[in-house]
Design a protein around this ligand. Structure first.
Ligand SMILES: Nc1ncnc2c1ncn2[C@@H]1O[C@H](COP(=O)(O)OP(=O)(O)OP(=O)(O)O)[C@@H](O)[C@H]1O
Ligand SMILES: [Mg+2]
Length: 275
């Protein structure tokens, strides 16, 4: 089943030009899908449309089998969580515990159940020992982990990340990417991650590439990275291993397509030992 179904979706911020120019895509249940695209291609706009934060001009959005309409909005919101880019804009509570509790209180979860849910979700993101800290004293990566715990506490079926790691330092980035991967592996949640991180894209199940409000490529990371020229045309990066393959090809060394350096290194070692 598709967790997200989008058909011929159009949206404009103003009358002058259309930001989303009639896009259609599915995100299958349980997959880790990444959405890529140059700055301004419309990725965040799509995320906001999916979350019902912006109103579409035309087309269809179905989430978890429900049409995204005003009537269904609350039901849809209760099965999805969204984490944005800026860790500082996602805090409401004065402690980490309050913060994770916020969504639960809004959903009228009875007080006696709350502590258990908060602790279980803090544990999933490795923040158990920080529950009584003030969020402002945390690092960017820790803040994003708390934001993730907060949305996980709502037991969503779908998690959307809009560049959740882009404002973090390298350590914070790695932390959050690992947490997201673990959550996906353990819970089987559907994940849609908007990202510029090419390694995250390489490790995802499917990729959707946007350019100027249109979908220009979809497929597995292998399919999408197969044609580096095409990616360069839409101003997107390719993984280091794919670039290296091109360079090796120029030197007359033929290796298979690898998305990670580990895979590439393995083949090169084998090649070397066969020489
Ligand atoms: N609130 C707004 N009002 C008017 N135009 C907007 C608004 N938000 C975004 N836009 C425009 O819509 C287009 C798509 O923006 P969007 O933020 O969706 O891109 P993006 O792919 O998320 O980019 P980035 O990678 O920089 O986050 C851009 O041209 C942007 O300038
Ligand atoms: Mg954006």
């Amino acid at each position: 089943m598709a967790m997200i179904e989008v058909r011929d979706l159009k949206f404009s911020y103003n009358d002058a030009d259309e930001t989303i120019k009639g896009i259609s895509f599915d995100v299958e249940e349980g997959t880790y899908t990444t959405m890529i695209g140059h700055n301004g291609s419309g990725k965040s706009t799509v995320a906001k449309l999916l979350a019902g934060l912006l109103e579409k001009k035309s087309g269809e959005i179905r989430i978890n089998g429900m049409d995204l309409t005003l009537e269904n909005l609350n039901k849809i919101r209760s099965c999805m969580g969204i984490v944005f880019q800026n860790p500082d804009n996602q805090f409401i509570g004065s402690t980490v515990r309050d913060d994770i509790a916020f969504g639960l209180e809004n959903h009228c979860v009875p007080q006696p159940e709350m502590d258990g849910i908060i602790e279980a979700n803090a544990a999933k993101v490795g923040m158990t020992d920080k529950l009584d800290r003030e969020p402002s004293h945390l690092s960017g990566g820790q803040k994003q982990r708390v934001a993730i715990a907060g949305v996980l506490a709502m037991k969503p079926k779908l998690l959307i990340f809009d560049e959740a790691t882009s404002m973090l330092d390298p350590q914070g980035k790695d932390e959050i990417k690992r947490v997201i991967k673990e959550i996906h592996k353990e819970s089987g949640l559907t994940i849609l991650s908007i990202t510029h991180d090419i390694d995250e894209v390489a490790g995802s199940d499917r990729v959707i590439a946007l350019e100027k409000g249109r979908i220009v490529l979809t497929g597995t990371p292998h399919e999408v990275f197969e044609d580096p020229e095409r990616l360069k045309k839409i101003r997107l990066d390719v993984p280091f291993a794919v670039r290296l393959r091109e360079e090796l090809h120029q030197l007359g060394v033929e290796v298979g397509t690898h998305l990670t350096m580990e895979g590439m290194a393995e083949e090169l070692c084998q090649l070397h030992s066969n020489m």
